[in-house]
Write a protein that binds this ligand. Structure first.
Ligand SMILES: *Cc1c(COP(=O)(O)O)cnc(C)c1O
Length: 385
C-alpha cells in the first residue's frame, strides 16, 4: 500500500456501526461522573444481554477472551488438564487454555456449518478417555455466526459428562431452533470487540443460567476481593470488568442489534445473488433450524471450476482496489503456537482455509461500496482482473 497512491477510500471487512443512542448513554456516564468502574450502564447492559439472549445471568467483562478465561477457571481447569476446542477458529478461542497451563485438544469441522464435527468430537473424547483421562471442558465455536450442531454436540458432552462452553463471540443474534447461541452450554461467551456485530469499543460477556457461576465470575473479575474493609485475598484475582463508559456504548448498540443482524444477512444475500452465475464460487447454506447473524459473508472458491481463479487472486485484486478481504481462519492445529497439541479430524478445516474468503461485511456497507467490491470480483472471475 505504501508505494501506490490510493484514491478510493478503504472498504473495511467489518467496521464499527454506531446508532443514535450510544452517545446519550456515554454522556450520562460523564454527567454523573460514573466513568469508572461499574455503575448503571454496566447493570443496564447486563440486563439487555439477559433479555436478548434469554440467559438467566450475564456478566459484562473487558473482552471475550477474558470471558473464556473465566469460564475455564469456573470449570476448574488447571495445569495438566485437557480442554477440547474447535480447530477452525480465531486463536482467542484457545489461548485461555494455555493461560491455565492446560492442553488444548483440537477437533476438525464438519461441512454443513464449518463448526466442530460431532463425529470427530466423539472420537476425540473416546480416545482421550482411553489414554487416561477425559478433558475438563469442550469449547464449541459458532463461527461467522453459524450455529454449531448443538443437539449432537450436547448429546456427546452429556454422554461423557464433560461441560460445554460456547464461544459465541461471533454469534450474537444467531439462534438454533429459536434459542440464542451461548445459552445451550454450561457457560457462553460473547465479544464486543470493534469488528464484531456490535461493539463496546472492546468488551465481552459471560452468560449462563447458573447464578453462582456468574456471581463468582464478577468476584474473580474484580481482583477476587474477600469481604473485609482492607484488601483481603484468598484467591488469584483478575481485572476483567467492563467500564461504565464502554457499557454505555453497549446499551446503545443493543437497541440496533436486530437491525445490524438484518443488514449483515442482507449482505450475504446480495453477494450470493451477484455471484450465483459464477461457477466455482459457493456460499454456505443455512441448515434447517439454524439462523445465522451472518457476521461475515464468506465464499469458497474452487479453482478447478472457476477457470483457475483462486481465493488469493480475488483477495489480491480487492486489496489493490483498497478493499479489505481476508482468508477464512487458519486452523489452530496448523498455527505454530498450537501445532504440537493433539488434533482429531480429516482436514476439512484445512481445505476451507485454502479456498475460503471473507468479503467486506459491515452492516454499514453502502450500495456504492458493494458495487465497488462486486466490480472487482466480476473483473477477476471474467478474466479481466
Ligand atoms: C473475537 C473472538 C474472540 C475474542 O473476543 P475478544 O473480545 O476480541 O477478546 C474469541 N473467539 C472468537 C471466535 C472470536 O471471533
Amino acid at each position: 500500500m505504501s508505494t501506490s497512491v490510493q484514491t478510493s477510500t478503504r472498504i473495511y471487512l467489518s467496521p464499527p456501526h454506531l446508532g443514535d443512542a450510544e452517545r446519550t448513554f456515554v454522556a450520562e456516564a460523564f454527567d454523573s461522573n460514573w466513568i469508572a468502574p461499574l455503575g448503571p450502564n454496566v447493570d443496564g447492559f447486563e440486563r439487555d444481554l439477559q433479555v436478548y439472549t434469554g440467559a438467566a445471568h450475564a456478566a459484562a467483562l473487558s473482552s471475550g477472551t477474558a470471558a473464556l478465561h473465566l469460564a475455564l477457571i469456573l470449570l476448574g481447569v488447571k495445569t495438566g488438564d485437557e480442554v477440547v476446542c474447535s480447530s477452525f477458529t480465531f486463536s482467542a478461542s484457545a489461548n485461555p487454555i494455555l493461560y491455565e497451563g492446560a492442553t488444548p485438544v483440537f477437533v476438525d469441522s464438519e461441512a454443513d456449518t464449518w463448526n466442530i464435527d460431532p463425529g470427530a468430537l466423539s472420537d476425540a473424547l473416546e480416545d482421550r478417555q482411553k489414554k487416561g483421562k477425559l478433558p475438563k471442558a469442550v469449547i464449541a465455536v459458532h463461527l461467522y455466526g453459524m450455529p454449531a450442531k448443538m443437539v449432537e454436540i450436547m448429546d456427546i458432552c452429556g454422554h461423557y459428562g464433560v461441560p460445554l462452553i460456547e464461544d459465541a463471540a461471533e454469534a450474537l443474534g444467531s439462534t438454533y431452533h429459536g434459542k440464542a447461541m451461548g445459552t445451550f452450554g454450561a457457560l457462553g461467551i460473547l465479544s464486543f470487540n470493534g469488528n464484531k456485530i456490535i461493539t463496546t469499543s472492546g468488551g465481552g460477556a459471560l452468560i449462563s443460567d447458573d447464578a453462582d457461576w456468574i456471581q463468582k465470575s464478577r468476584f474473580l473479575a474484580t481482583q477476587a476481593r474477600d469481604p473485609a474493609p482492607h484488601y483481603q485475598h484468598s484467591q488469584v484475582g483478575y481485572n476483567y470488568r467492563l467500564s461504565n463508559v464502554s457499557a454505555g456504548i453497549g446499551r446503545g448498540q443493543m437497541q440496533v442489534l436486530d437491525d445490524r443482524v438484518a443488514a449483515r444477512r442482507a449482505n450475504t444475500e446480495r453477494y450470493s445473488a451477484f455471484l450465483a452465475p459464477y461457477e466455482g464460487v459457493t456460499f454456505q447454506a443455512e441448515p434447517d433450524g439454524m439462523f445465522s447473524n451472518r457476521w461475515l459473508s464468506t465464499i469458497l472458491v474452487d479453482p478447478g471450476r472457476t477457470g483457475g481463479v483462486t481465493r488469493e487472486d480475488l483477495r489480491l485484486a480487492l486489496d489493490a482496489d483498497n478493499i479489505e478481504a481476508r482468508p477464512l481462519w487458519k486452523p489452530l492445529h496448523l498455527q505454530p503456537i498450537f501445532a504440537a497439541y493433539p488434533y482429531y479430524g480429516d482436514g476439512l478445516s484445512e481445505r476451507l482455509f485454502d479456498r475460503g474468503l471473507c468479503l467486506p461485511s459491515g452492516s454499514n456497507l453502502s450500495d456504492e461500496e458493494f458495487s465497488r467490491v462486486t466490480r472487482v470480483l466480476k473483473g477477476v472471475l471474467e478474466g479481466r482482473g
